[in-house]
Design a protein around this ligand. Structure first.
Ligand code: ADP
Length: 331
């Protein structure tokens, strides 16, 4: 009886503990998400915890209570203040058991994970084995997570790519060159396609659409005869040919000097855009509200109709198809 009263007292007056971690590739928008996490958790009378360095930190017990001071001034910074990581140990059941026991020892029973599809696959396995309460926030510039039209970090990445291409265009037009700009995205051509549609490039090659360079030869040669001085082409990293081969094609088949620009990791960093700050704010608000309302196994997804909670089994490990409407614009 006494124990029962003690339990009721604890439930009523002790605040519940919630943790957040960042896993896989970092994105710009994670820091604004951490700031909102601390502020909204406290508003909801929860005790916020940071797990440092992704699943590695869960295993190594790098879990600390988070304060307002931890998140002061971080909203303008890309990356993540609490670190992210890839963890081969988390692929092993024995280490996931340690991770769970670390959470239990601290009395943390809710976990928010910012990450990509790999991180969600790991989370799903962790949940199936240990029944934790969690919420996932899609965070990858690749925008390749099934069930959501938008992943945190994509807008900032697109803006960085846009600025890079605007700058490259200055040189391309001055020097009369073809530039082959390679974007990230693994198997997904989203960044390349949206960049193509919004930067006025001449050519876009993505894994989702078969292409034959021969088909562009007459058109491009004719354009050069008509006075075209340069070409910008956007190439997704996941296509079969490498970017240098596309540049060689410009030189040999079209007859224009060509250069490759692999944008690489600059696409992942930088000051978070207004849109990513707002999305971070809303993703985290939905995550905490969901966990407080028994949405314990979901990923927050976003579509034109707004935010929605999807069960992790509908999302993790399922190949994402590129939006057919966007794809239809590519000719
Ligand atoms: P992202 O989340 O950006 O796709 P990764 O694919 O590298 O990044 O996955 C991040 C981490 O998620 C991995 O380093 C690993 O710790 C964990 N993970 C991925 N797949 C699994 C899995 N099947 N089981 C357990 N953990 C996994």
């Amino acid at each position: 009886m006494v124990n029962l009263i003690k339990l009721k007292y604890r439930e009523k007056f002790m605040s519940k503990k919630i943790a957040i971690l960042c896993s896989g590739g970092d994105v710009s928008g994670m820091n604004p998400a951490l700031k909102r996490f601390v502020e909204y958790a406290k508003e909801k009378n929860l005790t916020p915890y940071f797990v440092y360095n992704g699943y590695e930190g869960l295993i190594d017990n790098k879990i600390k209570e988070a304060s307002y001071c931890d998140v002061a001034g971080i909203i303008t910074r890309g990356g993540t203040k609490i670190g992210s990581a890839r963890s081969s140990r988390f692929m092993q059941a024995s280490f996931r058991k340690i991770a769970k026991s670390n959470l239990d020892t601290l009395g943390i029973d809710m976990l928010i994970v910012l990450g990509g599809d790999g991180s969600f696959r790991g989370l799903n396995t962790f949940y199936k084995e240990h029944g934790i309460k969690f919420c996932g926030i899609p965070s990858t510039i690749d925008n390749d997570i099934t069930g959501t039209d938008y992943c945190l970090g994509v807008d900032t990445a697109l803006n960085i790519i846009k600025s890079s291409i605007d700058a490259i265009r200055d040189t391309a037009s001055s020097f009369s060159r073809a530039f082959v700009v390679e974007t990230m995205g693994r198997e997904c051509g989203y960044l390349a396609l949206v960049t193509h549609l919004t930067s006025g490039s001449e050519l876009c090659l993505i894994p989702e659409k078969a292409y034959n360079l021969k088909e562009y030869e007459d058109k491009f040669k004719k354009e050069m005869l008509n006075g075209r001085r340069y070409f910008i082409s956007i190439v997704a990293e996941g296509i079969e040919q490498n970017s240098q081969e596309i540049a060689d094609w410009f030189e040999n088949a079209i007859g224009i000097e060509a250069r490759v620009n692999e944008l690489g990791h600059i696409q992942r960093g930088g000051n978070p855009s207004v849109y990513d700050r707002l999305m971070a704010y809303e993703f985290v608000s939905y995550a905490i509200d969901g966990l407080l309302n028994n949405k314990n196994t979901s990923i927050i997804c976003y579509s034109k109709n707004g935010f929605i909670y999807r069960e992790i089994k509908e999302v993790a490990g399922i190949k994402k198809e590129l939006d057919p409407e966007l794809l239809s614009y590519l000719n």
